[in-house]
Design a protein around this ligand. Structure first.
Ligand SMILES: Nc1ncnc2c1ncn2[C@@H]1O[C@H](COP(=O)(O)OP(=O)(O)OP(=O)(O)O)[C@@H](O)[C@H]1O
Ligand SMILES: [Mg+2]
Length: 306
């Protein structure tokens, strides 16, 4: 682990009885990034996060957080980490502010002005005096995040923070994560809301059945895959022409758009080919894969959801 790495798992494994939940997982989260941890239900995300926070013991392997071994130096490292695992445990009969005050008292050493700061960050200043029982799901989730932020953690570990939120709440949570990352925090966030991860994360790890399937920058995952989408007046004729070429056998029509590779891999050569055949394209764009498609492809091989 070097300075740029804030969370590393080494061959991390956990079994419940004879059933493995996480298998030989190697991950590294770098300082300042938003790292997405993706997987279908039951993939082992929460189990991994619980081990990373020292809430449960691995069956084998280990976790380093901020340069410390979590199993041995938990008390030292946890004050530098903010966590939101599943739904936050809040006192529903107390106000938002009193909740923060109670958690701050347990943490110790949290100055009173910090309460206002975190309420501002999560945009709950206006509702701080209301009972948490009267909060919407999104507000509770944001208050949970405010609790996690009280002690100014360097690393935030968020397990499905968008869980149970409506579309507006999801947008708010996404904006909030962006702001936190911009303020220099590292965020490790699990999700099965793929669109979310695609929009905010720098890198993602995809796990399925407890095993790492892929880890890559989001841009690489959704980036060009050598195909082009071509809009033209007579797509059927263009399709026929392209299909006759040795490089075009995979060409197809999707909703009236020609999807094909190019003779050389470059878009201009495809345009030239079509133009020479008098099939002038109206528009040509490189096709990008949606993270959802990739995710389904990568996790479908062994049944996906368990
Ligand atoms: N306390 C437990 N006792 C027994 N099995 C467990 C326990 N916690 C989790 N599991 C099992 O471990 C596997 C991984 O569960 P985990 O909760 O880590 O998945 P997840 O990726 O967080 O799923 P979700 O998206 O539904 O939250 C599942 O098969 C689950 O049934
Ligand atoms: Mg979970």
């Amino acid at each position: 682990m070097n300075d740029a790495t804030v969370l590393t798992t080494h061959q991390l494994s956990k079994s419940y009885g004879s059933r493995p939940a996480v298998k030989h997982l190697d991950l590294d989260v770098r300082r300042g990034e938003i790292f997405g941890f993706l997987g279908p239900n039951g993939a082992g995300k929460t189990t991994t996060i619980r081990m990373a926070l020292g809430l449960i013991r691995p069956s084998s392997g280990r976790v380093e957080v901020l340069g410390c071994d979590i199993a041995r130096q938990k008390a030292e490292v946890l004050p530098r980490v903010g966590a939101l695992v599943e739904s936050p445990a809040l006192y529903t009969y107390m106000s938002g502010r009193d909740n923060l005050r109670a958690f701050a008292a347990v943490l110790g050493g949290v100055p009173a002005r910090r309460l206002d700061e975190v309420l501002d960050v999560v945009d709950l200043r206006g509702r701080q005096k209301d009972r948490v029982g009267s909060y919407s799901m999104g507000m509770k989730q944001r208050l949970g995040l405010a609790v996690a932020l009280l002690h100014e953690p360097e690393l935030l570990v968020l397990d499905e923070p968008a869980n149970g939120l409506d579309p507006a709440g999801i947008v708010e949570m996404r904006d909030l994560m962006r702001r936190l990352a911009a303020s220099g925090k590292t965020i490790f966030v699990s999700s099965h809301v793929l669109g979310e991860v695609q929009q905010i994360c720098d890198r993602v790890a995809i796990i399925n059945l407890g095993q790492l399937v892929r880890v890559a920058p989001v841009a690489d995952l959704i980036g060009a895959h050598g195909e082009f989408e071509v809009k033209l007046e007579n797509p059927e004729r263009a399709l026929q022409l392209v299909r006759e070429q040795p490089w075009g056998s995979g060409a197809r029509l999707q909703e009236g758009t020609l999807v094909t590779t190019s003779p050389s891999g470059r878009g201009r050569d495809l345009v030239q080919f079509l133009a020479q055949a008098d099939c002038w394209p109206d528009a040509v764009s490189e096709r990008q894969h949606d993270l959802e498609e990739i995710f389904l492809d990568l996790t479908a091989s062994n049944g996906g959801v368990n």
